[in-house]
Design a protein around this ligand. Structure first.
Ligand SMILES: [Ca+2]
Length: 314
């Protein structure tokens, strides 16, 4: 399968875990990574993404950076770059929308997976014909993209009817509204409550300390406590489907309100749906999340199983 990843590396460590899973999926399932776009402003984000590829002796696909969008703090890139001696070359990367448009012209059908604020995907949808393609962004997505998979939103209300306004949506509400309400192809999202308390990263941190990019980001950002797994769980669904991990709730019409809260109105013709964690018989939700977390951790250890045994071009 062909996939495009849009990630806000720099804000939370789970993007790096998602990249580790993506790299394993490339090696194991032959997933073709068409492009990666960065939805965070830290200049060290793309060098960290490159480092993840370098550690696996994999070539970095075309990358694009965000134009406009939110300014979020860098939570671990500077520290990680210092520890691993990663340089920040003075490269100006092309705008994400251009890279996304180009990637779509080079595929028959792909999945777009976005695990950060939706600024770049919205810019793609709003793009007009240009030197890359005579089609608008909407037309390109309609013809070349099978579905858009997001980590965004929240649908579980507490006993007082309060609904969490999820961070990726809140960072750029207009962009999230554009993608969730106007996408010409199905949108499936993994919401906040599905990835919360699905803790991963402890095994890789315990085994490797500050030896590689994944373990260093986790040790810098979360010590040895691991982290919720919104982003890697989203990517597992985007690449492997529901497995015995997820149920799809929908279809319906998606809506984003002015506070960044997300809603689904059931409608058989709707293009929007969201994931919930699938419990096997006798399992609690915590048990089911632990099962998904163990799979993600296993993938991360498998990715690095040969690390250090061969020359690494870093
Ligand atoms: Ca993210």
């Amino acid at each position: 399968m062909d996939i495009i990843l849009d990630t806000d590396v720099g804000s939370d460590s789970d993007d790096i875990m998602a990249l580790a899973y993506l790299l394993l999926a490339k090696k194991k399932f032959g997933v073709n990574i068409l492009a990666i776009t960065h939805s965070q402003k830290t200049p060290l984000g793309i060098p960290l993404i490159k480092r993840m590829f370098d550690e696996q002796s994999e070539e970095l696909p075309p990358v694009g950076s965000m134009v406009g969008g939110p300014s979020c703090d860098d939570m671990y890139c500077v520290k990680t770059a210092e520890i691993l001696k990663i340089k920040c070359p003075k490269i100006i990367y092309p705008p994400a929308a251009k890279i996304l448009r180009k990637a779509l012209t080079e595929t028959e059908k792909c999945v777009i997976c976005a695990i950060g604020p939706l600024t770049n995907i919205s810019a793609l949808l709003e793009s007009g014909p240009d030197e890359i393609s005579g089609m608008s962004g909407m037309e390109l997505v309609r013809t070349k993209c099978e579905k858009i998979v997001l980590m965004a939103g929240a649908f579980k209300e507490n006993s007082e009817g309060h609904r969490h306004a999820e961070w990726n949506v809140v960072c750029d509400i207009a962009a999230a509204k554009k993608v969730i309400e106007d996408s010409p192809v199905p949108v499936v999202t993994l919401p906040y409550e599905a990835g919360e308390d699905m803790i991963t990263g402890i095994p890789i941190t315990e085994k490797y300390g500050n030896e590689n990019c994944l373990s260093t980001v986790f040790s810098v950002f979360c010590g040895n406590k691991g982290r919720h797994s919104w982003d890697p769980a989203t990517l597992v669904y985007a690449i492997e489907g529901v497995k015995d991990f997820f149920n799809v709730i929908g279809n319906g019409i998606g809506k984003v309100d002015e506070k960044g809260r997300t809603f689904l109105t059931p409608d058989e013709n709707g293009k929007f749906s969201y994931l919930e964690i699938r419990k096997s018989e006798g399992e609690t939700e915590a048990d089911a999340k632990k099962r998904v977390a163990e799979y993600i951790d296993k993938c991360s250890l498998e990715l690095y199983a040969d690390y250090g045994k061969k020359d690494v071009n870093v």
